[in-house]
Ligand binder design. Structure first.
Ligand SMILES: N[C@@H](CCC(=O)N[C@@H](CS)C(=O)NCC(=O)O)C(=O)O
Length: 199
């Protein structure tokens, strides 16, 4: 059976969500100490998530999610055309490089770092840098209900999961109302609620 290492409160939450969307049977493995030698054998980075699909080991949450969608999901979650796959790669990589890096900077400087090391100027600079990619998302979603058209795909799941921390870091999305509405619709999906209820 497929095993997914990591808790729903970490980036593993997005892979639990992807697995739940497909309906495949899987087992969640809570890791605890990520630098212990047994865990480093499955993920030498010492990070979660890691997927073990009957001996095929994968790490990096977006790679895991694209694999899960392709192997265990069906259209529309994993589109049926190569062009659709290309769009899923595009939005997933865009989410990680253009959006997640900035959200993490805000998260670090508003929540994660010890209070004495936080610098609101760094957080505000990241908020500023996010304006352009968030406008790209909002403009796109004005023309299309979901990222690839009328139906929810793994591209929506991946980008929405990246953006899900917006609510914890006081990121105001009111200037991108279409993206904000889309985000709430994606996060409200039953599969995400089930994933979020896991440990
Ligand atoms: N780019 C990686 C990042 C993974 C990552 O940094 N995971 C964090 C949890 S959100 C982690 O494992 N932290 C614990 C550690 O590094 O020991 C991915 O998307 O999978």
């Amino acid at each position: 059976m497929i095993k997914l290492y990591g808790s729903s409160m970490s980036r593993a939450g997005r892979s639990l969500w992807a697995l739940e969307e497909t309906g495949v049977k899987f087992e969640q493995v809570l890791v605890g100490e990520t630098r212990k030698p047994e865990y480093l054998k499955v993920n030498p980075n010492g990070h979660v998530p890691t997927l073990d699909d009957n001996g095929t080991i994968l790490w990096e949450s977006m790679a895991i999610n694209l694999y899960v969608a392709e192997k265990c999901g069906k259209a529309p979650l994993w589109p049926s055309t190569v062009e659709g796959h290309g769009a899923c790669y595009q939005w997933s990589l865009w989410g990680m490089t253009e959006v997640e890096t900035r959200l993490i900077e805000i998260f670090e400087h508003r929540i994660m770092l010890p209070a004495a090391q936080r610098d609101e100027k760094v957080a505000l600079a990241a908020v500023e840098k996010l304006k352009a990619p968030l406008k790209v998302l909002d403009d796109h979603l004005r023309k299309s209900e979901y990222l690839l058209g009328k139906e929810f795909t793994i591209a929506d799941l991946n980008v929405a999961s990246v953006m899900s921390i917006a609510r914890y870091i006081q990121l105001d999305l009111s200037s991108v109302p279409t993206a904000e509405k889309w985000l709430q619709k994606c996060l409200g999906r039953p599969a995400n609620q089930r994933a979020g209820a896991m440990k």
